[in-house]
Design a binder for this molecule. Structure first.
Ligand code: C2O
Length: 560
């Protein structure tokens, strides 16, 4: 096992996209930021040097961080932000995880530009990928281009009722060839800012796909090609062949691309944002386009009449409001290996998710509509303002303003939830060490529903099932996959539907559980799971690192 060391210098730079120079906060001047490449078993050290005007943290999304909650980098959950002109070094190990994960800022909405891939390859030696060795690995980081300050974006959302949308979708930081300086969308325009993937005919490529976008689930297609999905969230899945990949914010997918199309051809790769059929605000069609371009390895010279058109072939995309391909995609993922699943469930939690413009006093004749609020079981999560939850927990000081989130039940589920009265709290749920927890997440089943990619820090979980409609305890538990459910860190709770997960609490600390849509997590669709210490020293959270950042003026730092 090796030590992999990186230095992340966070600063504001001007990047030119969509013909404008925009000031963005990035790592090492790049968007996306540097890819961390490791092997399973390696130790990672990242020195973060904050030369930006924002307080920030870096979260290692999906890394299990056993007994290392202090390194989780969830702003005000596990640590105070690293102040401007300050440094902090994150240290963690990669244990029993292989595939693609990623890292991102975990303060306000800064993750829209502070993010990068984390690639975990198998240890050197005889055991390797459980699929044919790819010719090359290609990171595909899907994101969004925002022409506004991301800290302000968060403020506007929380304090001003303003729901902003990005200017464009991006692939690997580029807006793609759909945009040029004279027109917003110009299919025939000069290819600018384009993503060209040069491939050789007859090879297998491993695409390491990350959705780093703040607010949208994406459909990814390549004209004339299929994908074979082999992993998701750094867990192997049974090879699943599909022409469309669905990926929600926070998720990763590893997929093989076999280049068996016409040698010398050019094929569009399109990432298109899915939009719920009844969005609160009408969204434009968001897509980013790249080109998979074959270079002629020993292909026989093409005959005149076979000459390929200059225009690459375009894939037929699903309708931007069609959730069915997404539902099938998730439903077809199973784990590569069967699992010995914990069958006795100690804690059953039912989390009803909601987001929207809320009525302060409830009732259908609401007069007093409040800010945009998102909730779990009608409680809107508030970040603590002075002491991060992990420190409060460690020093046995969880007191003022911290409440217990009610466990909920399918019977409490309210069909007209967007008018439900809500409360605000820093809500936690305590769990004993070595407890088997099952959580059923329920998306709204009202007309303007939406999906919810729920992410749990520091743990992988089994995704037992998903379904449409209101979760039915009697009927739906029979659909649980207790043999080979996929193992993930983010579960896509379908629009108008529900999803069930199960995991065992083996990692003491405070672990954030939240929707990975920025507009949902910033406005309160979150809870902190507090996993208590086990009985022995090696099941006990160690003390914080000596140089752990302290908080003063967290809120004013954000406003900076
Ligand atoms: Cu990828 Cu709490 O986030």
């Amino acid at each position: 096992a090796a030590l992999v060391e990186h230095t992340f210098i966070v600063s504001q730079v001007r990047l030119n996209r969509l013909c404008n120079d925009t000031l963005v906060t990035v790592v090492n001047g790049q968007l996306p930021g540097p890819t961390i490449e490791v092997r399973e078993g390696d130790s990672v050290v990242v020195h973060v040097i904050n030369k930006s005007p924002h307080g920030l943290t870096i979260h290692w999304h999906g890394v299990k961080l056993q007994l290392n909650c202090w390194a989780d980098g969830a702003g005000m959950i596990t640590q105070c932000p690293i102040r401007p002109n300050n440094n902090f070094t994150y240290r963690f190990d990669i244990v029993e995880q292989e595939g693609t994960l990623w890292w991102h800022a975990h303060v306000a909405s800064l993750r829209a530009t502070i993010h990068g891939a984390l690639i975990i390859r198998p240890r050197p030696g005889p055991s390797s990928y459980p699929f044919p060795k790819p010719e090359k690995e290609i990171p595909i980081v899907i994101g969004e281009w925002w022409e506004m300050d991301l800290v302000e974006l968060d403020m506007r959302l929380r304090n001003g009722n303003l729901f902003d949308v990005p200017r464009a979708a991006t692939i690997n930081g580029q807006t793609g060839d759909l945009y040029n300086c004279s027109a917003h969308v110009d299919f025939a325009g000069a290819i600018k800012e384009s993503n060209i993937l040069n491939v050789e005919h007859g090879k297998t490529y491993l695409l390491r796909i990350v959705n780093a976008a703040l607010n949208s689930e994406y459909y990814l297609k390549i004209a004339g090609h299929k994908f074979t999905v082999v992993g998701a969230d750094a867990n192997y899945v049974k090879p699943y062949t599909t022409d469309v990949i669905t990926i929600a914010p926070g998720e990763t997918v590893d997929a093989l691309l076999v280049t068996d199309a016409h040698p010398g051809g050019r094929y569009y790769m399109i990432a298109m944002a899915y939009q719920p059929p009844k969005p609160a605000k009408q969204f434009p069609l968001f897509l980013s386009r790249g080109i998979v371009q074959y270079y002629d390895n020993n292909a026989s010279p093409r005959k005149e009449e076979e000459a390929l058109p200059n225009t690459p072939m375009a894939p037929e995309m699903p309708d931007q409001h069609d959730a069915v391909p997404s539902f099938y995609f998730y439903g077809n993922l199973t784990s590569l290996q069967p699992h010995p699943l914990p069958t006795i469930v100690d804690e059953r939690l039912f989390y009803a998710l909601d987001a929207g413009y809320f009525c302060r006093e409830g009732g259908s004749s609401c007069q007093n509509v409040s800010n945009i609020v998102a909730t779990i079981n009608n409680v809107s999560f508030q970040l603590p303002e002075t002491t991060p939850l992990l420190q409060a927990h460690y020093y046995n000081n969880m007191k003022s303003g911290i409440g217990t989130l009610p466990d909920g039940s399918p019977r409490m589920f309210n069909y007209s939830m967007s008018l439900a009265p809500t409360s605000k709290a820093t809500s936690v749920r305590k769990l004993r060490y070595n407890t088997t927890v099952e959580i059923v997440f329920q998306s709204p089943v009202i007309a303007d529903s939406y999906s919810n990619p729920m992410h749990l820090h520091g743990h992988d979980f089994f995704v037992l099932a998903q379904g449409f409609g209101k979760f039915d305890e009697k009927k739906d538990v029979k659909t649980y996959n207790l043999v080979d459910p996929p193992v993930r860190n983010t579960v896509h709770v379908p629009i108008y539907g529900w999803a069930a997960i199960r995991f065992v609490t083996k990692n003491p600390g405070v672990w954030y559980l939240h929707c990975h849509y920025g507009h949902h997590s910033s406005t309160g669709m979150a809870v902190a799971l507090v996993v208590e210490n086990g009985p022995t020293l090696d099941t006990t959270l160690p003390p914080p690192p000596a140089d752990f950042p302290s908080c003063d003026n967290y809120i004013s730092m954000l406003a900076n």
